[in-house]
Design a protein around this ligand. Structure first.
Ligand SMILES: Cc1cc2nc3c(=O)[nH]c(=O)nc-3n(C[C@H](O)[C@H](O)[C@H](O)COP(=O)(O)O)c2cc1C
Length: 391
């Protein structure tokens, strides 16, 4: 572990003193044990994305091929999550924090939460839906609970509901839909630049919301996410009142990132014109790189929607991963493709068929693939060590 000489106050979550850097959860399999464990080893928060981790385990994939039914696929995913948490904890050597990201929109979300608790993860970070039931799902378990929201109204709603249950979030992530990668916390693509999502505005509004609820701002650390890609940006948002920053895309493309090298190449080589927002099968807008499959889909989106949009389909992966899926449930205004198949293809580096989620902004090291340690060093101090000679 490097000492990361920097001048920022620590991020304190449930009594743990951490570097003010959170690696965002990235599914399917993009942030598994290697990335999360490496980030935690540096003293920061490393996050395993819980969704569909069986793709990292050849024996579990073989089990699923033999019996391609939903119960077997779900069992494989729970075994995979338990293995990934265990491996990340070992890699972290007890430093930092291992979080598990669970999306509320995923049908198995309660099972993923249970495995995170059973396997000794330090935190659950829940987004893609309001995590109103999270305190009940984790009753009796000593684990930090961190909702992901996008505006102060959402935060106030969660605080009010949780306070009735006698629980406060241990931190809150505020994710900006105009910058972040993956699914975006906004009803409509056209809405993502709305001023209510501006970090400055949210931080100011939260002061008032906290006071109205009789809370002190320091009771709940606030972590901002989306487009933070430099030391200057880290400094700016921590000075503006955030307690930490969550970073996704720059961690996905580190040496330790769990995806195939081709996945990382697609992300680092994407220019601003190559990045697009579209409606996902979850009904939420999402941001990704215009790779061949996505361009084909978007060209035909209107036609697909008119032709089969309202028709229910059999789930092609048999996993039934989402509680509400545009393709399976025939929800016309949602997307119509199998997100699990597409994200798993991207993880394998299948450029022709995969869906490659990415944030909007430039990457801190341009097209270079560097280590987690170099990235954290750059974010905290602005210092860039010379890249090791390429082999
Ligand atoms: C490839 C990729 C996959 C993602 N998957 C998830 C996910 O499964 N759950 C989630 O809550 N956020 C997900 N995100 C969002 C990130 O955790 C993070 O908050 C966001 O990307 C921050 O913006 P940045 O990429 O500009 O740093 C994903 C982002 C990317 C780039």
């Amino acid at each position: 572990m490097t000492s990361h000489a920097h001048s920022f106050a620590p991020l304190t979550i449930r009594g743990r003193s951490l570097l003010p850097i959170v690696q965002g959860g990235m599914g399917v399999g993009i942030s598994a044990h290697r990335l999360a464990g490496s980030v935690a080893r540096e003293g920061a928060v490393g996050t395993i994305a819980s969704i569909d981790l069986r793709h990292h385990h050849e024996d579990l994939l073989a089990m699923c091929r033999e019996d391609h039914t939903r119960p077997t696929l779900e069992r494989a995913n729970l075994i995979a999550l338990a293995r990934e948490i265990k491996a990340a904890r070992e890699l972290s050597q007890g430093r930092g924090m291992i979080a598990v990201n669970v999306m509320k929109a995923v049908s198995a979300h309660a099972d993923y939460v249970r495995v995170a608790c059973d396997e000794g993860a330090n935190a659950i970070v829940m987004g893609a839906g309001l995590p109103l039931d999270l305190p009940d799902l984790t009753a009796g378990c000593d684990i930090a609970l961190i909702p992901i929201l996008s505006d102060s109204r959402g935060v106030t709603l969660v605080l009010k509901k949780w306070m009735k249950k006698g629980r406060l979030p241990d931190a809150i992530v505020i994710e900006h839909p105009a910058h972040a990668g993956g699914h975006l916390g906004v009803g409509d693509v056209a809405d993502m630049h709305d001023e209510r999502f501006g970090f400055e505005r949210v931080l100011t509004e939260l002061d008032a919301s906290f006071a109205a609820l009789g809370l002190k701002r320091e009771d709940v650390p606030v972590i901002v996410a989306g487009g933070i890609n430099s030391h200057e940006a880290v400094r700016k948002w921590l000075a503006a009142g955030a307690n930490g920053v969550q970073i996704g895309t720059p961690f996905a493309v580190t040496e330790e990132g769990d995806a195939h090298p081709e996945f990382k190449r697609v992300l680092v080589e994407a220019t601003p014109d190559d990045i697009v927002e579209f409606v996902s099968v979850t009904g939420l807008p999402a941001r990704a790189v215009k790779t061949p499959w996505l361009m084909r889909y978007l060209r035909n989106e209107e036609r697909i929607r008119t032709k089969i949009g309202a028709r229910k389909q059999t789930c092609p992966s048999a996993l039934e991963c989402l509680s509400a899926c545009g393709l399976r449930d025939g929800i016309e205004k949602f997307g119509h493709f199998c997100i699990d198949t597409r994200l798993a293809a991207a993880l394998r580096g299948d450029v022709g068929n995969g869906l490659f989620f990415r944030g909007r902004e430039k990457l801190p090291f341009g097209a270079a693939i560097r280590s987690v340690r170099d990235l954290i060093e750059l974010l905290l101090t602005g210092a860039t060590k010379a890249a090791p000679a390429s082999c």
